[in-house]
Design a protein around this ligand. Structure first.
Ligand code: PLP
Length: 403
């Protein structure tokens, strides 16, 4: 049985050429890039070359790139760094209710330390309103942080327009581009962005490395204090091998973007159509057009996403569900709830995120295998009536039968 991986928004496999390039910096060029002797020189020039590649990815200058340990760190640094730097000027931040926890939980933390945060809602497609954004800006607003593309639904936000609004109001603008990287050009000048986060492992690079673009002139309080690394903006000896991998992954992402986007969009559309046509009671979550080309998020009514996920896993198919398992209890997705889905529909959602190695055979196998699994799970569900092919009537005694 061939395994089929449809969870590329969670992580992507490291490309063999990326792993090969990194290997040199574990085995041969293991020096500290801050050392001025022979052992450090190779590492230093690799760091500089990788910085050039990441800068080309952002269309910025190399000094505007800070290497981080992850997308999470990039988001934390952007939000806390701006908040602390700008505190004397204002204490208000605007974001959306559908951000990744790396942004949302950072905002929650900042609220506890005296900042005010406006969480903009989204419509049923997961899209925000630019008018609501404009209305939320106050004299004390110091930062707007809106993700480029949502990791769960793939909905893509109008970053260029948000950047124009931010600039017209003299407010800094950060975007979490972790999921958009490799699918859209990340031209920070074109997009009017002041800060942008990316992560290596979403673009076929290694885990535990990322980059934060910080526009020249924008000052941030550092999050990690230490040596003079990253021009005093982030202490800690650089993770040379992973940074080399990130640089190469950025270069390859740009080289292959057009071809890859076309490939995953074709397969994604085939999967979406096949699943929705062959299974009754389904709903597409996310914007119908303004969406990542590799992502489809579908709610299957009357089923539990986790059950579906486990059934698919037994067949070697890796996907992800709209529930997050937190301390043993299943939390429905905050993104789907913000879009107005019921808890049931949110629990019944599955995210399929495609990547460069998926094939038409993979997709056809999933289209063939899914409907009988859905049928079987529904037959076992107390919420579903096979007789009416709809919602079961739950009587009062059923509801009270929980001891
Ligand atoms: N932001 C978004 C939109 C993400 O999807 C993720 C990871 O899933 C992150 C941030 C965090 O990135 P990392 O896993 O590198 O910490």
């Amino acid at each position: 049985m061939k395994n089929i991986y449809l969870d590329h928004n969670a992580t992507t496999p490291v490309l063999p050429e990326v792993a090969d390039a990194m290997d040199t910096y574990f085995r041969k060029e293991w020096g500290n890039p801050s050392s001025i002797h022979w052992a450090g020189r190779g590492a230093k020039s690799a760091l500089s070359e990788a910085r050039d590649k990441v800068a080309a990815f952002f269309n910025c200058t190399p000094v505007e790139v800070i290497f981080t340990s992850s997308g999470t760190e990039g988001d934390n640094h952007a939000l806390k760094g701006v908040a602390l730097q700008k505190q004397p000027k204002g204490n208000h931040i605007i974001t959306t209710a559908v951000e990744h926890p790396a942004v949302l939980k950072t905002c929650k933390y900042l609220e506890k330390t005296g900042f005010e945060v406006t969480y903009l809602g989204v419509d049923q497609d997961g899209m925000l309103s630019l008018d609501e954004l404009k209305a939320a800006i106050r004299p004390e607003t110091i930062l707007i942080s809106v993700m480029y593309a949502n990791n769960e639904t793939g909905t893509v936000f109008p970053i260029k327009e948000i950047g124009e609004i931010a600039r017209a109001n003299k407010v800094l603008f950060h975007t979490d581009a972790v999921q958009a990287a490799g699918k859209f050009p990340l031209d920070v000048k074109e997009l009017n962005v002041d800060l942008m986060t990316i992560s290596g492992h979403k673009i076929y690079g290694p885990k535990g490395v990322g980059a934060l673009f910080v526009r020249r002139g924008v000052r941030l309080v550092p999050m990690i204090h230490g040596g003079h690394h990253e021009r005093n903006r982030r202490g800690g000896t650089e993770n040379v091998a992973c940074i080399v991998g990130l640089g190469l992954a950025c270069e390859i992402a740009t080289r292959d973007m057009e071809k890859e986007v076309e490939h995953v969009r074709f397969l994604r559309d085939r999967l979406e159509k096949g699943l929705m046509e062959n299974t009754p009671h389904t709903k597409l979550n996310g914007h119908p057009e303004l969406r990542l080309p590799n992502t489809t998020n579908i709610s299957f009514e009357f089923i539990e996403g986790e059950g579906m996920l486990l059934n698919l896993d037994m067949l070697g198919i890796a996907t992800s569900s709209g529930s997050a398992c937190t301390s043993g209890s299943l939390e429905p997705s905050h993104v789907l709830l913000a879009m107005g889905l019921t808890h049931e529909m949110s629990h019944g959602s599955i995210r399929f995120s495609l990547g460069r190695s998926n094939t038409e055979e993979d997709i056809d196998r999933v289209i063939e295998l899914m409907p009988p699994i859905v049928k079987r799970i529904r037959q076992m569900s107390p919420l579903y009536s096979e007789e009416t092919d709809g919602a079961a009537e739950i009587t009062y005694s059923d509801k009270c039968n929980v001891k």
